[in-house]
Design a protein around this ligand. Structure first.
Ligand code: ZN
Ligand code: ZN
Length: 284
């Protein structure tokens, strides 16, 4: 399986091959392609220093349940002019692809131009604090603001995640949030070797090992609450939890015959999201 930045470059190649073979891509893939191009171009301009943590210190920190990367550790200092450009570019793509009013795109541009405000939004988002008051101040939805912040920080986060990957100890973490950035998972996979279940971070694409039967959102281990469904080919699974009514999709790599690029699977499996929502579950 391809990991790191090369995985994202590979996704761009694959989207290009599809468009060549089948003509214009569906709009959601076109938007993803534009956004990922912007992000990978920025990724090429970001170089992060090697981590200050030793392997032993990282081991102990993970053992205490503390993710490796704090917001203030980003780069440091974070290249704010680059983050502003990314935010502006992502705002245009996301506002257009989600059918926002022109006023929403204008509001996001105002945030991009106001560095102090952008820094506040990024810091709050990273720490998992609500963006409600900031979004209300500008008359946009929390979700749109969060998605734009996430898109703007993505190149920085993957640069750090790659640098920190050598410090991850899969045996010592096994929690429901990302060991690098503390983000939530939004996709899972079962490994080819032993069918172990891994989670993929929604923010930095880090992968970490997790329990097969435990909810990655509320930690429930109740056999009565947890279940999963597989599709006909057995390649995809939908894990549900009746305690918190959340679901997570998974790709079973033991059943994969072609190359699987996990970040792209988020979009390829949109049909499973629709089924889960129809069954009364929400994305975790
Ligand atoms: Zn993460
Ligand atoms: Zn749950």
């Amino acid at each position: 399986m391809v990991r790191g930045s090369s995985r994202h470059t590979r996704i761009l190649d694959k989207l290009g091959e599809w468009a060549q073979r089948e003509g214009p891509l569906p709009s959601v893939f076109q938007a993803y392609d534009r956004l990922l191009r912007l992000q990978m171009e920025a990724r090429g301009r970001i170089s992060v220093p090697p981590p200050a943590l030793s392997k032993e210190a990282a081991f102990s920190q993970l053992g205490q349940g503390i993710p490796l990367l704090k917001f203030d550790d980003l780069v440091p200092p974070l290249d704010w002019p680059l983050a502003q450009d990314l935010f502006r570019g992502a705002a245009g793509i996301l506002a257009e692809s989600t059918g926002q009013e022109p006023s929403a795109a204008a509001a996001l541009n105002e945030i991009a131009s106001d560095r102090a405000l952008l820094e506040r939004a990024c810091g709050q988002w990273y720490r998992g604090q609500p963006l409600t008051s900031l979004a209300a101040l500008k008359g946009i939805s929390d979700d749109l603001l969060a998605a734009t912040v996430q898109a703007a920080l993505f190149p920085f986060l993957i640069a750090h995640a790659e640098m920190l990957s050598g410090l991850l100890n899969q045996g010592v973490w096994r929690r429901k949030t990302c060991p690098v950035c503390g983000g939530k998972p939004d996709l899972a996979f079962l490994d080819k070797e032993r069918g172990g279940r891994w989670l993929l971070c929604s923010r930095c694409d880090t992968e970490w090992l997790f329990q097969r039967m435990q909810c990655p959102y509320c930690d429930s281990q109740s056999q009565k609450s947890l279940s999963y469904f597989t599709n006909d080919q057995g390649l995809y699974r939908l894990y549900t939890c009746s305690e918190c009514r959340s679901y997570i999709k998974a790709v079973d790599l033991r059943k994969a015959s072609a190359e699987v690029l996990l970040p792209l699977e988020r979009f390829l499996t949109a049909g499973i999201d629709r089924q889960a929502v129809e069954a009364g579950y929400k994305a975790g």
